[in-house]
Design a protein around this ligand. Structure first.
Ligand SMILES: O=C(O)c1cc(=O)[nH]c(=O)n1[C@@H]1O[C@H](COP(=O)(O)O)[C@@H](O)[C@H]1O
Length: 241
C-alpha cells in the first residue's frame, strides 16, 4: 500500500511551544533535509507571520496549520495570505463544506498558480473517538465521517486531507494514489500516547498509505530531539525500501 510519489521529507515536526526562543533552539537542531515544520495556532497567535518567515529563511518547508473554517470569501482570503507568506502547505476544516474548500482552491490557483501551497482538508481530529463524535451529533463511526469529509475535499479539488493513519487504507483505496494523506497521531514505539486516540507507529502509517507523518511531542519533548528524528527517519527509510 506504499505510495512513494512524494518529494522531500515525509516527517513534519509539529512545533507547539509557548516560547519562541525554545522553539527556535529546537529548530536549529533539526535539518531541513530530514523534516518539514508545522506551525499551529499557539505559535502563530503568539509570534505571528514573522515566526513563519524565520523558518522559511532557514530553508524549512512550513505547514501552516490554522485549520480555517469560515464563509468562503473569508477562508479564501486567509489561504491567499498563507500563500503570500510562502508556506508549503495550508489547511482548512473539511467540515467547512465543499463550497468553502473550492473557493480556497480557486483563490490559490488564481494568485499563485503552480507555485501555490498544497491545500489540505482536516477531517476528524485524531484526538476524537466515536464518543466525541456522538457528543457533537455525528452518529457514524470516525471512519465513516472521515470518508464523508474526504469526499467533499476531493470533490472541491483539494490536494488531500489530514486524517489518522487508521483511515489511510480506506482513503487510499477510494481517492486514488495522488490524494495526499497527512497523518498526525503518530507514535513511535519509544513515545507516550499523550492525548491522541487514533494512533499508529511511523512504519505502520506508511504501510497504511500515509504520505506525510505529523509528529510533535515524541520529537520536541525528547531529551535529544535530533536523535529522536533520526530514529524515526531510519524507520521511515526502512519502510519505504
Ligand atoms: O491538523 C493537524 O495537524 C492535526 C490534526 C489532527 O487531527 N490531530 C492532530 O494532532 N493535529 C496536530 O498534529 C500535532 C500532533 O502533535 P503530537 O501529538 O505532539 O505529535 C498537533 O500540533 C496537532 O495540532
Amino acid at each position: 500500500m506504499l505510495y512513494a510519489d512524494v518529494t522531500g521529507p515525509r516527517v513534519i515536526v509539529a512545533l507547539d511551544f509557548a516560547d519562541q526562543t525554545q522553539g527556535l533552539e529546537l529548530v536549529d537542531q533539526l535539518d531541513p533535509g530530514l523534516c518539514r515544520l508545522k506551525v499551529g495556532k499557539e505559535m502563530f497567535t503568539r509570534f505571528g507571520p514573522d515566526f513563519v518567515r524565520q523558518l522559511t529563511r532557514r530553508g524549512f518547508g512550513v505547514f501552516l496549520d490554522l485549520k480555517y473554517h469560515d464563509i468562503p470569501n473569508t477562508a479564501a482570503a486567509a489561504v491567499e495570505a498563507a500563500a503570500d507568506l510562502g508556506v508549503w502547505m495550508v489547511n482548512v476544516h473539511a467540515s467547512g463544506g465543499e463550497t468553502m474548500m473550492a473557493a480556497c482552491r480557486e483563490r490559490l490557483e488564481k494568485v499563485a498558480g503552480n507555485d501555490r501551497p498544497l491545500l489540505i482538508g482536516v477531517t476528524v481530529l485524531t484526538s476524537f473517538g466515536a464518543d466525541d463524535l456522538r457528543q457533537i451529533g455525528v452518529t457514524g463511526s470516525p471512519e465513516e465521517q472521515v470518508d464523508r469529509l474526504s469526499s467533499l475535499a476531493y470533490n472541491a479539488g483539494l490536494d488531500g486531507v489530514v486524517c489518522s493513519a487508521q483511515e489511510a487504507p480506506i482513503l487510499r483505496e477510494s481517492r486514488g494514489p495522488r490524494f495526499q494523506l497527512v497523518t498526525p497521531g503518530i507514535r513511535p514505539a519509544f513515545a507516550a500516547t499523550d492525548d491522541q486516540k487514533r494512533i499508529m507507529t511511523p512504519s505502520e502509517a506508511l504501510y497504511a498509505g500515509s504520505d506525510y507523518l505529523v509528529i510533535g511531542r515524541p520529537i520536541t519533548q525528547a531529551d535529544r530531539p535530533l536523535e529522536a528524528l533520526e530514529e524515526i527517519q531510519a524507520e521511515v527509510t526502512t519502510a519505504l525500501n
